[in-house]
Design a protein around this ligand. Structure first.
Ligand code: MRU
Length: 344
C-alpha cells in the first residue's frame, strides 16, 4: 500500500494524520518527543502496534536533542512522558521496555553511542512489526480457510501498524493468494476508525468493503452474510482475554450466538503475561466530547451524562483462535499462550 503510517526520515518522525482521513492526506513532521507524545494522545497515530513504533521513535528522537550534563535525567523524562500517553495498548509499554533495555545496556559506551543504538532499535521495532504482520497474515490466510466474507471492527490495518496490518493483514494475504475476500466493517463510533480508516485503506487496495453502522452486526449475521469475524487486539491477557476497540465484545457475543468463528489477529508484542485476565487491563476513558459531538457539532443535549470507554474486554471463551506471527493459538489459551511468548 502506498500509504506510510509512520516513517523516520532525516532525524524526524513523519506521521500521516489519521484524524483527517479520509478527506485529507496530510503528513506531519515531528522534531521532538513531546510532539510525538501529543500525536499519540490526540490519535494522529493510533492502533496498538503503531503506537508502540511511535513511542520507540519518540525515545530515539528525544535522545538526539539531549546534551551531556543532564542526559540520564532527560532520558527518564522522555520515557515518563511517552509512558503516560495511552494506557491500554501494551505494545506501547513493550516498545518502551525494549528501548530502556538498549539504553541500560549501552549507556556506559557514551552518549553518542547510546543515541545511535536507540535509533537503531526504534527502526528495528518498525521493521519487525511489518515482518510480523506479513507472517501472521500468511499464517492467518492458511488457517481461515473457508471464509470469504470477513467482518471486522475498528481499524487493524496498515494504518494501525508500521504496515500491512493484523486483521487486515490476514485479509490482504487471502487476496494475495488469489482468494475471493470481501470485508464488512462497522463504522466504529465514536472515533469512526472503521468508516474513516478501514474503508479507506481497503478501497486503496481494491479489496471489496461494505460499511455498516455498529448496530447492524446482528442483522447481517442473522442474514447469513458473515463467514468469520477477524479483529485486532490492544492487549491480550495470560488467559486469552482480549482488550480491543469498544464494541468488540458485543460482536463476539453475537458471533457465538450465530456459530460464526471469532478470530483475533495480533503480533505477540500484544500479549501481556503480567495481566492474568482481562479485568486487570486498564481501559482508557476518553473525552466525552467524542460522544456528544460529531465533527464539532453537538448531537446530544448540553450537560447530558456521557461514558466513553475506548476499549472493552472479550473473554477468552468467546474467541475461537488467536493468530500471531509465531502461529495460531487455540484454546485452552491459559495453557497454550505461554508457548508463544518467551520474553516476559
Ligand atoms: O483507539 P485506537 O484507534 O488506537 O484503537 C485501535 C484498536 O482497537 C485496534 O483494533 C487495535 O489497536 C489493533 S490494531 C492492529
Amino acid at each position: 500500500m502506498a500509504v506510510r503510517t509512520i516513517q523516520w526520515k532525516n532525524n524526524r518522525v513523519i506521521m500521516l494524520d489519521q484524524r483527517l482521513l479520509p478527506a485529507r492526506e496530510i503528513y506531519r513532521k515531528y522534531r521532538d518527543y513531546t510532539g510525538v507524545a501529543q500525536a499519540i494522545r490526540d490519535m494522529v497515530i493510533r492502533g496498538a502496534p503503531a503506537i508502540g513504533v511511535a513511542a520507540a521513535m519518540g525515545v530515539a528522537l528525544g535522545a538526539l536533542w539531549v546534551r551531556g550534563k543532564n542526559f540520564d535525567r532527560e532520558i527518564e523524562r522522555i520515557f515518563g512522558t511517552l509512558q503516560k500517553t495511552r494506557p491500554t495498548a501494551v505494545n506501547l509499554f513493550w516498545a518502551l521496555e525494549r528501548m530502556r533495555r538498549v539504553y541500560s545496556e549501552h549507556r556506559s559506551q557514551g552518549i553518542d553511542a547510546v543515541k545511535r543504538r536507540l535509533k537503531d532499535e526504534a527502526l528495528k521495532i518498525y521493521e519487525e512489526d511489518i515482518a510480523a504482520n506479513r507472517e501472521l497474515g500468511k499464517i492467518g490466510a492458511r488457517f481461515v480457510r473457508n471464509a470469504s466474507r470477513v467482518l471486522t471492527h475498528c481499524n487493524a490495518g496498515a494504518l494501525a501498524t508500521a504496515g500491512y496490518g493484523t486483521a487486515l493483514g490476514v485479509v490482504r494475504a487471502m487476496k494475495e493468494t488469489g482468494r475471493n475476500v470481501e470485508v464488512l466493517v462497522n463504522e466504529t463510533r465514536p472515533f469512526l476508525q472503521g468508516a474513516r480508516l478501514t474503508a479507506w485503506e481497503l478501497g486503496k487496495d481494491k479489496i471489496p468493503v461494505t460499511l455498516l453502522t455498529d448496530n447492524m452486526v446482528g442483522y447481517v449475521m442473522q442474514k447469513g452474510k458473515v463467514d468469520a469475524v477477524i479483529v485486532g487486539a490492544d492487549r491480550i491477557a495470560a488467559n486469552g482475554d482480549v482488550a480491543n476497540k469498544i464494541g468488540t465484545y458485543g460482536i463476539a457475543v453475537l458471533a457465538e450466538r450465530h456459530h460464526i468463528p471469532f478470530y483475533v489477529a495480533a503480533p505477540t508484542s500484544s500479549i501481556d503475561l503480567n495481566c492474568p485476565s482481562g479485568s486487570e487491563i486498564p481501559i482508557e476513558q476518553r473525552n466525552p466530547r467524542e460522544v456528544s459531538h460529531i465533527f464539532n457539532r453537538a448531537i446530544a443535549p448540553r450537560g447530558v451524562r456521557i461514558v466513553n470507554p475506548a476499549f472493552d474486554i472479550t473473554q477468552h471463551e468467546l474467541i475461537s483462535a488467536i493468530i500471531t506471527e509465531k502461529g495460531v493459538i487455540t484454546p485452552p489459551f491459559q495453557h497454550n499462550i505461554r508457548n508463544y511468548v518467551h520474553h516476559q
